[in-house]
Design a protein around this ligand. Sequence first.
Ligand SMILES: Cc1cc2nc3c(=O)[nH]c(=O)nc-3n(C[C@H](O)[C@H](O)[C@H](O)COP(=O)(O)OP(=O)(O)OC[C@H]3O[C@@H](n4cnc5c(N)ncnc54)[C@H](O)[C@@H]3O)c2cc1C
Length: 477
Amino acid sequence: MTGTKSPLEPVHIVGAGLAGSEAAWQVANSGIRVVLHEMRPHRMTEAHRTDGLAELMCSNSFRSDDAANNAVGLLHAEMRRLGSLIMRAADANQVPAGGALAVDRDGFSSAVTAALQGHPLIEIERGEIDCLPPADWHNVIIATGPLTSATLADSIRALTDENALAFFDAIAPIVHRDSIDMSRAWFQSRYDKMGPGGNGADYINCPLNKDQYDVFVDALLAGEKTDFKDWEINTPYFDGCLPIEVMAERGRETLRHGPMKPVGLTNPHYPAVKAYAIVQLRQDNKLGTLYNMVGFQTKLKHGAQQRIFRTIPGLEKAEFARLGGLHRNTFLNSPKLLDAQLRLRAEPRLRFAGQMTGCEGYVESASIGLIAGLYAAAEARSMRLPPPPPTTALGSLLGHITGGHIETIDAGPPSFQPMNINFGLFPPLLSPPTKKPDGTRLRGNEKTVARKQAISARALSDLERWMADSLPIAAAA
Ligand SMILES: Cc1cc2nc3c(=O)[nH]c(=O)nc-3n(C[C@H](O)[C@H](O)[C@H](O)COP(=O)(O)OP(=O)(O)OC[C@H]3O[C@@H](n4cnc5c(N)ncnc54)[C@H](O)[C@@H]3O)c2cc1C
């Protein structure tokens, strides 16, 4: 499809980071013209250092490249099958990193820049888009990332509403439901309240006695924390979203009166024993495979989080789909604001991609850029591309962004927070493997490994079917 001048209207893409660069490649390779707008070097973000497209802001790692056993490795594999430029440039600039895919960051960014500059259907315009894109841009992808310039962010906020665009994330850890020990924990909502959409038993509760609580508070106070970057210090985090270790610093009892309050709950395992403190976990996705630790946003280092949170009764063997954090970020309350094609419901000519949609990480951002590019290219031809199956890594991540996450049943700020790809986002297998190829029974960890491998195999075969059925239709002139 490349090489011919398309008469169709161009797609305007704002931001040439991981998502915008991938989106531009996908649109142009579908035969549609692209105007790619990037503000650097005229205006820099607080973290970018170069004028290169797809600059990696921090680490040079794309994480695990193991497609059979790791969800991000599976996402790599799916993106390669879909002709991803980001994966092609990463593979060509790989540096040794064991099972991970790490890249030479300058070589990687140069390869992406050269490919986009050399594409006959792509025009690169340097300059900040400092307000909503002009009304005569009918097919726009906004991929301006976690450090979106302030004026554009303000315009987007004015179009949505005050609470729909967040300027920092306050991430509470998320636990795989099947790793919680329900012989110690139990389901119950505080005072058995039903709430809208609840059933009176919506939370998983983990009880602590006084000794356990004291040990826990001491560990929080002593645990290693990450520092805020200079330019993050003035971000207004602290209204109603204090990190738990900061709450603990304010007084030993503060947590017992906040997220760990033990009232309105009775432990069915020991009904006569009153817990001294209780940690609550709330269902995070519609599938019910993930639960978030309510109010547990934290700046503790990841190793400290795993060690300390596994001292909580019921979470001794917790497997974390996401660990907690607080960062400067810019992202939409996507499940509410975006439709299934990543378009802003309030103004459908604007489609979003990358970290702004509420995914997290280089690879995830690029993958959402990839699908946004395919959607925009189909739309330019007045076609509609069906979404990738929810059983694929791309489809499950997209599902989380556009609807898989369930809103908090409590009053308070929106509960949607950025997410890396993980196996908890995939629909469970209808019949999980129980036996090895030789017919003997799978035991312990072998079951987890076999389950992940079966999810990965299902994903790749479903992706190929979707590509065969849907992509030629969407690309048909
Ligand atoms: C400080 C920091 C460190 C990070 N480290 C990591 C890490 O180590 N590993 C990881 O996987 N993820 C990391 N992330 C997350 C990372 O941002 C995303 O993974 C990824 O870069 C997001 O891709 P994106 O395309 O959405 O945004 P970006 O890659 O940031 O691209 C957005 C682009 O839009 C441009 N832009 C912004 N506003 C405008 C405007 N108004 N007009 C025109 N252009 C504009 C920017 O200059 C930029 O080039 C980090 C994030 C931050 C903030």
